[in-house]
Design a protein around this ligand. Structure first.
Ligand code: SF4
Length: 453
């Protein structure tokens, strides 16, 4: 091991009753190597840990070096969690997309908000999108050797000149060759196209989607699915003249265009293959497609079918968990983006059928980003504060945790949940998923009485 290849992986949690606990690992210790191999990231860790016999190089939290031998079954997990997934640091982006959300933030916030990642490891581990423009030969080889698939790729356009214009990077024009590289090795991709009106829409969009569909063939299709997403613009964007916001008319046009292509794709592949993000229907004020349209929801984390999935899960969970009445009356305020106001009203109606439970829906827009129509995930602490101050919020706020980043502590504008709770003088309950939302509605009186959970 050379000094430059060593990236100690700092342990943040040791699972109780785990092998690591038994061996004596503690929070703050660092794992340096497994079976003589240094670790670059969580992928190396998972890969190397699959062995039945492990020799671990460890540095404890006092700086002392240890050598630990472990015998285990092939699929036994050691029970360690780490501070970071990438022990050797983030691979940063080398593009200059005018629609980059990072550049559309106000200045003066915490440094981590301005970090532009374009790292294939985060794509493999967590489904974040990458552009493939910054990969060295070594990284391409690693993707092949470790079969890191599927990856999530921002294609935007299959036409070299259009993609170069969008990413402002001459390396962006190699996308078709790169897709062929994946095809040859039977590695798979989920693709996305962020539509910027006047740049990659209309005929360009048609070409991109039909080109991508050519990679959806055979037993192991290279491109598994494609998400078509509207560009999101904020009032802080630096190059105001370069991008045109998506209007209601544009949204309707794109919906019509993609729905017509979906018919062709369905005929060929028995799959829609390319899906429109929910936001198109919200901006275009059109009905969302039925649940069956989304097949197995391949891109729900990218806002494609996520509303329909949420409603389906809500209905199933509500049927199982909602009682006819609760003993102690409760009033809660459920905060969402105004884009979903209409589709969430029936859910609120259902919750309010429980005798003793009152849910008030507050559908807010983002003054912070300067958006008339706002999806829930973009609401900031400032938005909530300015629009909820002085209102009767009942016994607390149900806060979809999608608004929170960095360990569920901060809103996108850097305000913490605790700060907001203090300023509004109300309890805030961050909720992840429907079961948690319903459980909080039913058991709020038994939850700890503090300003925020
Ligand atoms: S690739 Fe992503 S992070 Fe990089 S500039 Fe474009 S939008 Fe921003």
């Amino acid at each position: 091991m050379t000094q430059s290849s060593i990236h100690p992986a700092k342990i943040s949690f040791v699972l109780p009753n785990s092998i690591a606990k038994e061996v004596g690992f503690e929070v703050g210790d660092s794992l340096v190597a497994i079976n003589g191999f240094p670790l670059r990231d969580l992928i190396d860790y998972q890969f190397l840990c699959a062995d039945e016999y492990l020799e671990l190089d460890v540095v404890d939290n006092k700086g002392q070096t240890h050598y630990v031998e472990i015998k285990k079954d092939y699929d036994d997990d050691l029970g360690l969690e780490f501070e970071k997934a990438l022990f050797d640091g983030l691979i940063q982006c080398n593009n200059h997309c005018p629609f980059c959300f990072i550049d559309q933030q106000p200045p003066g916030k915490r440094d981590s908000l301005y970090l532009k990642d374009d790292d294939y490891r985060l794509s493999f581990l967590y489904g974040s999108y990458l552009t493939l423009t910054n990969l060295s030969k070594k990284e391409w080889k690693r993707i092949e050797r470790m079969r890191l698939s599927p990856l999530y790729v921002s294609v935007h356009s299959t036409e070299a000149d259009v993609r170069i214009r969008l990413l402002k990077n001459h390396r962006a024009g190699q996308i078709i060759e790169q897709l062929k590289w994946f095809q040859k090795r039977q590695l798979q991709i989920h693709a996305q196209v962020v539509v910027c009106p006047g740049i990659n829409d209309s005929l360009h969009l048609e070409k991109t989607l039909t080109d991508l569909a050519l990679f959806h063939q055979g037993d192991v299709p290279t491109i598994i699915s494609t998400a078509v997403v509207p560009v999101g613009l904020t009032r802080f964007r630096p190059l105001k003249d370069e991008l045109i916001p998506v209007t209601k008319t544009k949204a309707k046009e794109v919906i019509k265009q993609v729905q017509s292509l979906q018919k062709e794709f369905y005929f060929k592949f028995n799959s829609n293959f390319a899906w429109l993000a929910d936001e198109w229907f919200l901006i275009g004020q059109e009905e969302l497609p039925p649940e069956s349209h989304y097949e197995d929801y391949p891109q729900s984390d990218n806002g494609v079918g996520s509303i329909s999935k949420f409603i389906r899960e809500f209905e199933t969970t509500a049927k199982q968990l909602l009682p006819a009445k609760i003993n102690k009356s409760v009033t809660l305020t459920w905060v969402v983006g105004n884009a979903v106001k209409k589709v969430f009203q029936p859910l609120v109606k259902k919750l309010n059928k429980v005798d003793g439970l009152t849910i008030k829906l507050e559908a807010l827009k983002s003054h912070y980003w300067g958006q008339e129509t706002t999806v829930t995930g973009l609401l900031t602490g400032e938005d909530l504060l300015s629009q909820l101050q002085g209102k009767d919020l009942g016994d607390g706020i149900l806060l979809p945790s999608i608004m929170l980043k960095h360990n569920d502590i901060y809103f996108l504008d850097d305000m913490t949940v605790e700060e907001l709770a203090k300023q509004l003088n109300v309890k805030i309950f961050p909720v992840t998923g429907i079961e948690e939302l319903i459980q909080i509605c039913l058991h709020i009186s038994t939850l700890p009485t503090m300003l925020n959970k």
